[in-house]
Design a protein around this ligand. Structure first.
Ligand code: NCD
Ligand code: ZN
Ligand code: ZN
Length: 434
């Protein structure tokens, strides 16, 4: 098949490390067909899908249901297994069953999965570290925000800004620091999801400097909105963690520029209008779709000179491919080399309209945003899944499950001491390292 790509730029397809496609369990919000159609339309060729479905992807049985649902995918996908308090005995089975990575909810969010104790996290990190899979963290400390929310509710606060007040930056920063310490101890690879504050960059930078295999993502909404969004958008902007004050937004851009933030992901989190647009902020579901709008929004930043095109490609494609081991560390294969491609028109002007989104969740805080730059064609393993800005309907089912192929040794655990030796019988294993 030939086609005309005159004037277009060829980019490796975006790899979105953070989407919620809701199936099984919440298909009135999204399903695998609509979610991956949105990805194809957004120039995204691989997604990593989150386990807070119903049932949550925390057992081998639930993984099978998820795999079945994903069979209609337009684009490739990695499935997250859940790391929780009560499923440590399932982790090996989930790995054998083909999960690409793990997700741990340190704080509660949609789906209300209880956060594991630090003890269970440590044990889970130890098990997963043996296999080299990365663990992605929803890093917000449950106990801090529970107390703050209780006080705010008692004071009668139901306005949009109360959401931000209940989850200040310390909530996320404390969790990032704790996760990094557990990763350093166990040698687990970790990834910090949806970095929303400048404060989180301190423990992230420190952990990187200490040799922890830690990566971090931010999302377009944290780069493009500040606290004014609560007045302008009400419950539409309610997301976990919250969009924050301008100084955080500035610090995140710094983190993008200096490389502390490795990736752009979207936290694509579609909801039904009935559940999202509620006056009582505590009852409005958190999150909004993003997988379809990421590339136009970020290419607009490239157009404005805030980000180079190479840095954008690194953050949207190369970095997630490396972090999640989607290509061998040595050898010729590079992201996009199996013809996962977005052909983009860097000058194409569009206006984002919720009603045009392919996601079932037709609500976006980016309504009316004028973008410059858009994917025109998307190819997954050489096959068009979007052509001339139109979904290739019969490509549903073309998407395949991906998992970690690169398995470079993870960093050595730093703290194999007498205590560990006594428990595991591994006396002397870590001697002389530090
Ligand atoms: C996400 C969802 O709806 O699944 N919501 C959100 O506000 N980000 C869950 C999450 O990522 O925390
Ligand atoms: Zn989250
Ligand atoms: Zn999420």
């Amino acid at each position: 098949e030939t086609f005309d790509a005159t004037g277009l730029h060829l980019l490796p397809g975006a790899i979105d490390a953070h989407v919620h496609f809701r199936e099984p369990g919440y298909t009135h919000k999204e399903d695998w067909r609509t979610g991956t159609a949105a990805a194809a339309m957004g120039g995204v060729t691989t997604v990593f899908e989150m386990p807070n479905t119903n049932p949550p992807t925390g057992t081998v049985e639930a993984l099978k249901l998820k795999q079945k649902a994903a069979e209609k995918a337009y684009v490739d996908y990695g499935l997250y297994g859940l790391l929780a308090e009560d499923n440590l005995d399932q982790l090996e089975g989930l790995i054998k069953g083909g999960v690409a990575a793990f997700k741990c909810f340190m704080g509660n969010t949609f789906g209300n999965l209880p956060s594991p104790s630090t003890g269970a996290m440590l044990e889970g990190f130890e098990i997963i570290a043996q296999h080299g899979l990365r663990i992605s963290l929803h890093a917000e400390t449950a106990s801090i925000m529970a107390l703050r929310q209780k006080k705010l509710m008692a004071a009668g606060r139901r306005d949009p800004l109360a959401h931000l007040a209940s989850r200040p930056a310390v909530v996320a920063t404390e969790a990032v620091a704790r996760a990094a310490i557990l990763a350093e101890w166990t040698g687990a690879r970790i990834h910090i999801l949806h970095i929303s504050s400048g404060d989180e960059l301190r423990p992230l930078r420190e952990a990187k400097a200490r040799g922890v295999d830690i990566t971090g993502e931010t999302c377009p909404h944290y780069l493009l909105f500040d606290e004014h969004a609560y007045t302008d958008l009400g419950s539409i902007i309610r997301v976990n963690p919250p969009v924050r004050e301008k100084h955080h937004q500035d610090a995140l851009w710094e983190g993008v520029k200096d490389g502390t933030i490795d990736m752009i992901a979207t936290d694509h989190a579609p909801h039904d209008p009935e559940e999202k647009l509620r006056d009582d902020i505590w009852r409005a579901d958190c999150g909004f779709p993003g997988v379809e709008t990421q590339m136009p929004l970020m290419l607009t930043q490239v157009h404005a000179g805030l980000l180079s095109l190479t840095d954008y490609v690194r953050m949207s494609s190369t970095a997630p491919a490396k972090a999640f081991g989607l290509y061998p560390a040595k050898g010729a294969i590079v992201p996009g080399a199996d013809a996962d491609i977005a052909l983009v028109d860097l000058n194409r002007r569009e206006t984002i309209r919720a009603k045009d989104l392919h996601s079932r969740g037709k609500i976006t805080p980016f309504e009316g945003f004028e973008t410059v730059g858009a994917p025109v064609h998307t190819l997954v393993r050489g096959r068009f899944v979007m052509k001339d800005r139109k979904l290739v309907e019969d490509a549903s089912g073309w998407g395949l499950s991906v998992t970690r192929i690169q398995n470079m040794p993870a960093p050595e655990p730093r703290h194999v001491d007498e205590t560990t030796a006594a428990v595991t019988g591994a006396a002397g294993k870590g001697a002389g390292r530090s």
